[in-house]
Design a protein around this ligand. Sequence first.
Ligand code: BGC
Length: 350
Amino acid sequence: MFNLGHFVRIPHQERVAQHSPLLSTFRLKSKVMVTNSTKNSTSTLNTTDIPSSNSSTDLGSFFDAASESESSTKNINTTLLPLCPDVSSNLRGRVEVLKSPVPTVQELEKRFSWLKPGGHWAPDTCRVLKSVALIIPFRCRGEHLLLFLQHMHPFLKRQQLDYTIFIVEQDGDGPFNRAMLMNVGFKEALKIRNFDCFIFHDIDLLPEDDRNLYTCPPGQPRHMSVAVDIFKYRLPYPAIFGGVSAINREHFQLLNGFSNSFWGWGGEDDDMSNRIRYHNLYISRYPLTIARYTMLTHKKDKPSPNRYDMLKQGPKRFDRDGLNSLKYKIVQSKENLLYTWLLVGIDTPS
Ligand code: BGC
């Protein structure tokens, strides 16, 4: 089903770089194996399923009900601080991935009171040169959102990153357009801050090893979700760029972002993979032993039947279908403690 490498027309032989700058230098402080303790329900969830006192269906009003947490904003002249190390000494290697119980917003806000509004954090003992925006396309996955936030905030903090989490939710119930939401996340994040690095992240993928650094390598885009449990921890096909990927600001602009033309499940990440090759870039990867992910269970969407045709025609559209043709409106937005939320209106095909 997922081994569709032959459908992705690749002009050049792919160079899959198995970067392992970290392996030799790490000593694991502790080794905690992944546990999949509880079987999850496979029902499609909407935000009303989140245990909460609020019954509204969008995340903005849902989070209105959450307690206001103190943000630990300190006035620090960061230019006086030493640079943070490239690899934080707080890393643990393998980390536990919890699929249950699902925490509440209030629990997470209390636990992560060190966050700054908008789902932002940066170390206050050292200076980080590059800022990272995590862009998460979203709709109707309330429980996954809470599990994702529970996992990611401490994970990113241990990596000593200067990061912000953006949840980009598609308004309405038309066909989902994951790629368009990622383009919107990119554009809107840049209005807030000139982020250097963008990590495009499915909400149902949780990293199992914190040596998998959420940064953008200077030279090339990086495919992060190399080894996913449901794919038996193997790369399904060499050109894959789906799940979690890191692209720096300049490259994303050069690539004209993602195509806006892929509606429903599949293909948009393969099109991005083709854009990368078309621009003489290649996909870098951490080794399978580090870039490991657990996928949260959910009802699988039906793959879009016309994605192969769209893919074939892709190269004709690279220059005119993407960031430069993106149309959307921000219906609502809010800086919650745990993330910045954007509710996005897009015209869906009839
Ligand atoms: C789809 C991609 C997806 C991959 C792995 C391919 O068939 O086109 O969008 O990421 O399968 O599931």
